[in-house]
Write a protein of this length. Structure first.
Length: 185
């Protein structure tokens, strides 16, 4: 018999197989694991560009874009393949503004890899699905964040429970108003 919280695990944590793509998107956060994974995917030939996204955050002292870019460069990614989006302040803006960057540079986005924190993967995917054209193929490559939260252990610690239940709440706040629009697609 499954655990009562298994449905939350299945809902929050998204991971797909990853194939070659047009770009790797990284919704901002000050978790180095994000850009380390994106750098590894880039170096393995999975996409020609990485687009980290997020503006200035006081706790970082700079934009999260710059923070992530510096980690990419340290990990051997050429500066010229790291695209810039340093205005967004939340995940839905990460998606919307990233699309604008790709369109302005005439970069394809038919196949996209999203690198995000594991506990953020459902909300990140939904945000990018909302902002990007319906025919975009998204792949999700989640990373364990600095709190060590995974789909196997989130329910075992107070921080894991708190962070993932906050994700459930945020998804409701972010997307409740979009459902009528999605139904009409």
């Amino acid at each position: 018999m499954p655990n009562p919280y298994d449905c939350i695990t299945d809902f929050i944590f998204v991971e797909t197989e990853v194939f070659a793509a047009d770009v790797i998107l990284v919704p901002g956060a000050n978790h180095p694991q994000l850009m380390e994974r994106a750098s590894c995917l880039y170096k393995n030939g999975m996409a020609p560009y990485i687009l980290p996204s997020e503006g200035y955050k006081p706790h970082v002292g700079t934009s999260e874009w710059e923070y992530l870019r510096n980690i990419g460069i340290t990990n051997g990614v050429p500066n010229e393949v790291i695209l810039r989006e340093d205005v967004a302040q939340h995940t839905l803006e990460n998606a919307r503004f990233s699309l604008e960057v790709l369109q302005s540079k005439d970069i394809k986005y038919e196949k996209v890899i999203i690198v995000c924190k594991a506990g953020h993967s459902r909300r990140a995917l939904l945000c990018y699905q909302e902002a990007f054209p319906k025919n975009t193929n998204f792949m999700v490559s989640p990373v364990e964040d600095r709190f060590g939260i995974t789909k196997e252990n989130w329910f075992t610690t107070e921080v894991g429970i708190s962070r993932d239940m906050t994700e459930v709440e945020k998804i409701g706040r972010y997307f409740g108003g979009f459902i009528p629009k999605w139904v009409g697609r």
